[in-house]
Structure formats: C-alpha cells, structure tokens
Design a protein around this ligand. Structure first.
Ligand SMILES: [Zn+2]
Length: 136
C-alpha cells in the first residue's frame, strides 16, 4: 500500500471508530498490517513522498477544521510500521512486518493500484465528516 493510503485509512478509522482515543490509536497502528495483507501494487519509495506530504497536509487541514489534531497522530501511527522498515531494514520489527505483508508471488496488476486509489478517496471523503463522538 502507499504511505498515503496507510495514513488516511488510519486517520479515517480514528475519525469514525466510535471508541475511546487510546483504542483508536492502537487500531490505527494495527490497520497497517491488515492493509499490507491485502494484495496490492507496491510503488517505489520515491513515488510515495509527494502523496504522503499531501496526506499529511490534508490531515493538518482536517485537524484544524475539526479542532482535533489527534487525527494527525492516528495517521502517523498508520504509517509507523513502514517508517521503521525504512529506518531499520533487516531489524526484528521488519521481519515481523513482512510476516503480514502480502507476498508478491506473481505479477501484480496495476488495476489494484486503481482499487487502492478508490479506497483512498473513500478515506478522504470519510475524513470530511465530523468525528464520531463516543457515548459515555
Ligand atoms: Zn507496511
């Protein structure tokens, strides 16, 4: 998955999760492994920088608009496993990460990238709605 997809999916989960914040942060982090398990077209790292910057800027706008910058933390938690992977390739965490990652045993169609972009757009739209409030 692209970094932007991880970030926006985790943020959307936080936004609409309906649980208390600490649980939502845990699920935002765990969402990374679930998304990586889905067959997908992986882009080269350098193609991720601009979409990730755009996702971060979008979450800044959403956070300011809704008065809740924790949506940024959730987004970061969604990308954190890949950040570790880039910073410490070959570490135990990288091995753990790769256990969950989709195994590319055949040529992956770029159609999957289109499906991922559709999912990403759904996340962007989901983030336009006010945060789901937890009932006490
Ligand atoms: Zn990953």
């Amino acid at each position: 998955m692209t970094g932007a997809t991880h970030i926006l999916a985790a943020a959307a989960l936080y936004q609409r999760g309906g649980l208390k914040t600490p649980y939502l942060f845990v699920f935002a982090f765990l969402s990374h492994f679930l998304l990586d398990a889905v067959p997908h077209f992986d882009m080269e790292l350098q193609w991720n920088y601009i979409p990730v910057a755009c996702a971060g800027a979008y979450l800044l706008i959403v956070g300011k608009w809704q008065g809740d910058y924790k949506v940024l933390i959730a987004g970061l938690l969604g990308a954190l496993p890949d950040i570790f992977l880039v910073l410490q390739p070959g570490s135990n965490f990288s091995v753990f990460h790769n256990l969950f990652h989709f195994k590319k045993l055949y040529p992956v169609s770029k159609t999957l990238l289109t499906a991922e972009m559709a999912f990403l757009i759904i996340c962007v739209i989901t983030l336009l709605y006010k945060k789901h409030r937890v009932l006490k």
